[in-house]
Design a protein around this ligand. Structure first.
Ligand code: TMP
Length: 237
């Protein structure tokens, strides 16, 4: 398989076409972005760490029966993925209150959310990813009612697998964001990435932040902490 021209450049990853029309290459850059691209820095080894971390997590999800876009690692910073028609919404599940939920509703950070919350956000940096609901998604034709239901079902299925996985490593999966796409057979498939850039992880004992909040809040040791997260899950980086 050969890498061809750039298809799309996101804030942290670049997507390339390949000589196989069903496959793409995801290149994880060192760029680290927060606040819809307002803060961007290059962090040494971040691309490699996220590429390998994503491969590890997606493999765990596949083993649990959740179909993902990921095919294989092809270099330290690149993976081959199946081409999907991406749905332009972000699916967020929250087990514990943090981030925009705390700002929006004035609830206390750290409040346990039982049952977990589900929120959709529109992927649109210029509009700061506004929250939308099922009706917006159907009405504007971003996805069908059945696809909306499937995205929710799969996002919660991921919660069951990953809450347990991080718990075994002494961490709390506070919240996370997933993106889905549609494959050539019309199936909803988990796409994009799962890395500490797109979730919140707290140390169970100290509640120390072990995710991109370290970058957002200028806490330092961002990549070193991602490597520790991986280490606790049994992945040596
Ligand atoms: P929030 O608290 O900022 O709404 O974020 C909820 C979770 O989703 C958090 O783990 C970060 C993740 N997220 C992204 O990865 N990208 C985004 O653009 C947004 C809005 C959230």
């Amino acid at each position: 398989m050969e890498k061809r021209e750039e298809l799309y450049r996101g804030k942290a990853k670049t997507v390339y076409l390949t000589d196989d029309s069903d496959k793409l290459v995801l290149y994880f850059r060192n760029d680290t972005s927060a606040f819809d691209g307002e803060k961007i820095e290059q962090l040494d080894r971040k691309g490699e760490v996220n590429n390998k971390f994503n491969h590890f997590i997606m493999t765990k999800l596949e083993e649990a029966g959740i179909a993902t876009q990921l095919e294989s690692l092809i270099s330290d910073t690149e993976s081959v993925v199946k081409k999907l028609d991406m749905i332009p919404v972000e699916c967020v599940v929250r087990n514990v209150a943090a981030g925009s939920l705390v700002r929006r509703l004035g609830v206390e950070e750290g409040k346990l959310l039982d049952p977990p919350l589900f929120e959709f956000f529109l992927k649109n940096d210029a509009l700061h990813d506004p929250m939308v609901n099922d009706y917006h998604i159907e009405s504007f034709g971003w996805a069908t009612k059945a696809q909306v239901a499937r995205m929710k079902e799969l996002t919660f299925a991921v919660n069951d697998v990953l809450k347990a996985l991080f718990d075994q490593g002494g961490m709390i999966l506070v919240d996370y964001k997933l993106e889905f796409g549609v494959d050539s057979d019309g199936n909803i498939i988990l796409g994009d990435e799962f890395t500490p850039d797109g979730c919140r992880l707290w140390d169970k004992a100290t509640r120390n932040k072990m995710d991109k909040d370290r970058f957002r809040q200028g806490l330092g040791s961002v990549v070193e902490t991602y490597i520790e997260v991986a280490d606790r899950l049994g992945l040596k980086l």
